[in-house]
Design a protein around this ligand. Structure first.
Ligand code: ADP
Ligand code: MG
Length: 237
């Protein structure tokens, strides 16, 4: 335990919550599939960043996460890699349609960046990723969703529009990510986030990531996550 505390300290990681899984030192500690390890190497990721060292084992254990680390610290892979494993672990195709993983991001640029990163890890595993955000044709996105996907990356407003149009169902969704939660709040998306969360089954795994953690964001997180592990890296949060 002292070793674990020292290791966390050396990476400026602070954790809170019950039974927090131990941080990893190398990607190999996660026992990823060969395909996923190949994708990680292909990305040029030699070793996990601090947030990844702690958030990956927590996410892989199925726990909810409040993750706080500054921009550029590798938060995307910290939620995308456990999402891929979660999807690969699902029993063979049920008749239900719709994504298993849902990622919400505040802007179309961010949604697009996450889409690109998720695709790199998903492709080798035969997982389909769709991106839906404003400024693109709703009809095209409707068709893309109807064609099927396991992961959807979306801005909140557009996702709600498409849910209303019945372009997708959340019946199979069991892994929800709210990325850049502070910015989604600043942009006034709290009602949309609450609406989306309300449409996803309560036994989902929920991960909320942010560069900062103002009180109102922490409060929302405590409402919609269950028994989360809080991971903060550096001076933030
Ligand atoms: P954040 O969401 O925290 O702002 P990103 O997930 O966008 O950060 O990652 C920032 C950059 O770091 C991206 O270019 C990403 O590909 C790269 N990156 C992420 N993880 C690693 C890693 N383990 N090793 C090297 N580069 C990484
Ligand atoms: Mg990010």
């Amino acid at each position: 335990q002292q070793d674990v505390d020292d290791y966390r300290k050396s990476l400026a990681i602070r954790v809170s919550g019950f039974d927090v899984p131990k941080p990893i030192k190398v990607f190999k500690d996660c026992a990823f599939s060969t395909a996923l390890m190949k994708a990680i190497t292909k990305q040029g990721y030699e070793k996990p960043t601090a947030i990844q060292c702690q958030a990956l084992p927590v996410g892989l254990s199925g726990r909810d996460i409040i993750g706080i680390a500054k921009t550029g610290s590798g938060k995307t892979a910290a939620f995308v890699l456990p999402m891929i494993v979660h999807i690969m672990d699902q029993p063979e195709l049920t008749k239900e349609e719709g994504p298993i993983g849902v990622i919400c991001a505040p802007t179309r640029e961010l949604a697009h960046q996450i889409f690109l990163e998720a695709k790199k890890f998903a492709k080798l595993n035969g997982i389909r990723v769709a991106a839906v955000y404003g400024g693109m044709s709703k009809l095209d996105q409707f068709k893309e969703l109807k064609a099927g996907c396991e992961i959807v990356v979306a801005t909140p407003g557009r996702l709600i529009d498409l849910l209303k149009m019945k372009a997708l169902t959340m019946m199979k969704a069991t892994y929800l990510v709210l990325d850049e939660a502070d910015r989604m709040f600043d942009l006034g998306f709290e009602p949309q986030i609450r609406s989306i969360v309300g449409q996803i089954r309560p036994d989902r795994q929920t991960l909320l990531f942010s560069a900062t953690m103002p009180y109102k964001v922490e409060k929302l997180a405590r409402e919609i996550l269950s028994d989360p592990v809080r991971v903060a890296v550096g001076e933030v949060g």
